[in-house]
Design a protein around this ligand. Structure first.
Ligand code: A3P
Ligand code: MG
Ligand code: MG
Ligand code: MG
Length: 353
């Protein structure tokens, strides 16, 4: 299969990073800071990004990475830096072969800062570039909801590999859209799913482990004959997508079930495995540009599971422009057969505004 080594590296790197995020998740204090756009970032986000980039740079030294975070705050804040360094050192897979694929532990604090800062690529249409969201759905992470560790490889602007680690999704109860928040999420028992896809080679899911990869199974979207029976997913945060427009679209499609609100790319993962049918993300603001790391992995996973993902006007998401999807507005993800019907209504609702 194409990109076999890249896929394996990405799966193990994401799996290792979830050891760190789970530890932070269970801790009382998550070391939260506020970024310049007032959005939150935690010690988990920084630690996961450092671990994943160190692994990429070990295996593919000349690849670039577009990562959400950087080391600026750590360079000026010693307490934060040492807190994260401690976490990073503790996050090792308990399988020596798997750990060796990732290059083993990061050597020292400088190595951690260098790895974090290696996520500053401007992106673009040429060459091999990884898109990394070390914790997607940081607000979900903080509130005890869903979050995802997201990694994708783009080659010449096209997403060819996607991996999503979803520590709070149920392993077995595949049909359930897990939106529970709070206490029961901190119990990792029976939870934690690793999703992956390679362009042209299908999508799989497997339980997250602490060591070598578990065996994977193929995932497919649910066949949906009657659109009125659809379940649609949307963000928990009303500031991230328009709940009002999404409700109007569902209404026009004759959908009667209430929307399922879930943080992070766990939405893409959930519809890809047949828990839920649609994911709608209609823009709130005229100026906000979606970030490539919020979508790259999810888009290839849904595509390989039998879905179509476009923006709200039906354009393919263009990952080749830079760090943002500046050529697109919103996201509409649905099974291939019904995507045109959904898109028609999305455009009607947007055009009537
Ligand atoms: N105004 C906005 N519109 C759309 N997305 C936004 C937004 N402000 C922040 N986001 C993005 O929404 C992501 C979470 O998506 P969701 O609502 O589906 O959980 C955030 O990822 P992070 O949590 O990685 O920062 C952030 O990048
Ligand atoms: Mg963020
Ligand atoms: Mg994100
Ligand atoms: Mg993030």
């Amino acid at each position: 299969m194409a990109y076999e080594n890249e896929l394996h590296l990405a799966q193990l790197a994401v799996q290792r990073a979830t050891l760190l995020t789970r530890r932070v998740y269970a801790a009382k204090s998550k070391g939260t800071l506020s970024k310049s756009d007032a959005s939150p970032v935690t010690i988990g986000d920084f630690g996961a990004q450092a671990l994943i980039i160190a692994a990429i740079k070990h295996a593919f030294p000349s690849d670039e990475v577009v990562g959400e975070e950087d080391a600026d705050d750590l360079r000026t804040n010693e307490a934060l830096r040492s807190q994260i360094w401690e976490l990073v050192q503790e996050a090792t897979l308990d399988d020596a072969e798997a750990e060796a694929v990732l290059g083993g532990p990061i050597k020292d604090v400088d190595g951690m800062l260098t790895a974090l800062d290696a996520g500053r690529s401007a992106g673009g249409a040429k060459g091999r570039i990884w898109a990394l969201d070390p914790i997607d759905g940081t607000k979900g992470f903080l509130r005890g909801g869903q979050y995802a560790v997201c990694l994708a490889l783009m080659v010449d602007g096209e997403v060819v590999v996607g991996v999503l680690g979803c520590p709070n999704l149920p392993v077995d109860d595949k049909e359930r859209l897990d939106t529970s928040i709070g206490a029961d999420q901190t119990d990792a028992e029976g939870k934690g799913v690793l999703f992956s896809a390679v362009l042209g080679h299908g999508a799989t899911s497997r339980p997250l482990t602490r060591g070598a990869l578990a065996e994977g199974t193929t995932i497919k979207m649910k066949p949906l004959e009657d659109i009125t029976q659809a379940t649609f997913c949307e963000s928990v945060e009303a500031g991230h997508s328009s709940h009002g427009d999404q409700a109007a679209i569902a209404g026009k499609l004759g959908i009667t079930k209430e929307s399922v609100r879930m943080d992070s790319q766990a939405k893409y993962a959930s519809i890809a495995r047949g828990a839920g049918d649609l994911y709608l993300r209609l823009p709130i603001s005229k100026t906000y540009q979606e970030k490539i790391w919020d979508h790259a992995a999810g888009v290839v996973i849904v595509g390989e599971a039998g879905g179509t993902v476009t923006d709200a006007w039906g354009k393919k998401l263009d990952f080749s422009i830079g760090r943002t999807l500046s050529g697109n507005k919103g996201v509409v993800a649905a099974p291939k057969a019904i995507h045109p019907e959904v898109l028609k209504v999305v455009i009607e609702v947007l055009s009537s505004k």
